[in-house]
Design a protein around this ligand. Structure first.
Ligand code: IPE
Ligand code: IPE
Ligand code: MG
Length: 224
């Protein structure tokens, strides 16, 4: 059975779910948060140490302002309402991505990271304003500045995911098979699962099924 330490998820399909069920993309985003809570529970239950959630990409700035504002409003109320619960449940929160947001959001993110920094049951990495190509470019620039060699180890150490092991599983919901600039470096040997379900319809059972399937895969890493 394969050991499982880190699951990464591209939570896609909120907008379509909202449009289909309530004629409102926003409603899909708020509903998607309920799935986030279910998957956090499922991760703890399965003794997963790292859960990385793609919440907002560097490309998502191209969306209408009203949708972007709503997404950050949701993030703000989620953190304000849930941070104590995260702390109590021994969950550590880490933001992956450039913290280029309005000041009050930056402060809230930093505060949430600080409050939970010593927690150790589950680390949730929230990818926010995250772009994998930008992440790799910025790592290489930092190496150049420090006159360090371009090695696999050095690059890994200058990514946002420093100290975080690569994910064993990547899940993308929403019935599209693409990576959308997510963790390109870190998933070079990750098992990838695409779910046809839209994120608000995805549940703990679907999560468990993927984990079960993963555990049985023969992982070669180039060997036979
Ligand atoms: C994913 O859902 C969440 C974010 C990108 C914030 P989408 O909003 O992309 O939903 P669809 O793909 O349009 O249905
Ligand atoms: C990827 O979903 C980003 C997040 C889930 C945050 P998108 O919906 O933005 O991806 P594309 O644009 O359809 O590839
Ligand atoms: Mg989408």
């Amino acid at each position: 059975m394969n050991p499982l330490n880190h699951v990464a998820i591209i939570m896609d399909g909120n907008g379509r779910w909202g449009l289909k069920n309530y004629n409102s993309r926003k409603r899909g985003h708020s509903e998607g948060l309920k799935t986030v809570e279910k998957i956090i529970k499922g991760s703890i239950k399965n003794k997963i140490n790292y859960l990385t959630l793609f919440a907002f990409s560097t490309e998502n700035w191209k969306r209408p302002k009203s949708e972007i504002n709503y997404l950050f409003h949701l993030l703000e109320s989620f953190l304000k309402n849930k941070i104590d619960e995260l702390k109590k449940n021994n969950i550590k929160l880490k933001i992956l991505g450039e913290k280029k947001f309005p000041k009050k959001i930056i402060n809230l993110l930093k505060k949430s990271e600080f409050i939970t920094k010593n927690n150790s049951q589950l680390q949730i990495n929230l990818a926010l304003n995250y772009g994998s190509k930008q992440e790799i470019i910025s790592a290489i620039k930092k190496l150049n500045k420090k006159k360090l060699n371009i090695t696999e180890e050095n690059i890994s150490n200058f990514l946002y995911t420093k100290y975080i092991p690569d994910p064993e599983i990547l899940i993308r919901t929403g019935n599209t098979k693409r990576l959308s600039n997510f963790l390109l470096w870190q998933i070079s040997y990750t098992e990838i699962f695409f779910s046809k379900k839209l994120w608000p319809d995805f549940n703990e059972k679907d999560f468990e099924k993927i984990i079960k399937q993963f555990k049985k895969i023969k992982r070669n890493f180039g060997k036979i």
